[in-house]
Design a protein around this ligand. Structure first.
Ligand code: AP5
Ligand code: MG
Ligand code: ZN
Length: 214
């Protein structure tokens, strides 16, 4: 299965991706996670991406597109993948289409997460991430068993740098301006599937599976 997870910051793309990976056995390709790993490791790419991410702006297309194409050429993507956070601009979507055409492939689904503004802010500012394994929680909605500690590995939970109210607001504006036009783009191709992602994450997951098949 080749699918794109589309939606505003905080809509639950990463949360659903973890469950979909388990269900469908294809890797999650999160450009945000790739950049955060590079920042942590202090690579050249990380240094370039950092200031854009901390400000809630998009990393320039030229730093994103080749990175994703290289990743999709790796062996574990042969039977499909879930793109989480890519494409994010019309240019990125067109580049992905060209790449897929070259490979004789197409997208099976574009899963569009619909969540209102205030709920996005609540989700982003309440999010906590495990320092060690990257697992994601929410202080109220999806809390860990023990406050501040990861259920999966016992690691310490921390807040993402861009999960302040101010940066979250900017990310939502950037989404509206640069990424939301992709909804129309994929509507035309017939791949778009809309989900009301404001409900409980289990309900959202079951609906996605019902829509895209076992
Ligand atoms: P990225 O890491 O992709 O961040 P994002 O799009 O802002 O999305 P988030 O990860 O914040 O939200 P999510 O939808 O994954 O929600 P989650 O499941 O965590 O990108 C970060 C930055 O990298 C960008 O700003 C940009 O600078 C750069 N970048 C990345 N890709 C790029 C690209 N292609 N081009 C250019 N720049 C790029 O859930 C959020 C919270 O809600 C969690 O706490 C979770 O527990 C909770 N939650 C989830 N589902 C539910 C539910 N159903 N009910 C209640 N709570 C829920
Ligand atoms: Mg995410
Ligand atoms: Zn952990």
């Amino acid at each position: 299965m080749r699918a794109v997870l589309l939606g505003p910051p905080g809509a639950g793309k990463g949360t659903q991706a973890v469950k979909l990976v388990e269900k469908y056995g294809v890797p999650q390709i999160s450009t945000g996670d790739i950049f955060r790993k590079n920042i942590k490791e202090g690579t050249e790419l990380g240094k370039k991406a950092q200031e854009y991410m901390n400000a809630g702006e998009l990393v320039p297309d030229e730093l994103v597109v080749d990175l994703v194409k290289d990743r999709l050429m790796q062996e574990d993507c042969a039977n499909g993948y879930l793109l989480d956070g890519f494409p994010r601009t019309i240019y990125q979507a067109e580049e992905l289409d060209k790449f897929l055409a070259e490979q004789g492939q197409k997208l099976d689904a574009v899963i569009n997460f619909e969540v209102g503004h205030d709920e996005l802010i609540t989700r982003l500012t309440g999010r906590r991430i495990c320092k060690k394994c990257g697992a994601s929680y929410h202080i109220v909605n999806i809390p860990p068993k023990k406050e501040g500690v990861c259920d999966k590995c016992g690691g310490e939970l921390e807040q993402r740098k861009d999960d302040t109210v101010e940066t979250a607001e900017n990310r939502i504006s950037v989404y509206r301006e640069s990424t939301a036009p992709l909804i129309g783009y994929y509507e035309k191709t017939g791949a778009l599937k809309n989900f009301n992602a404001e409900r409980d994450h289990e309900i959202v997951f079951n609906e996605i599976v019902a829509e895209i098949g076992e």
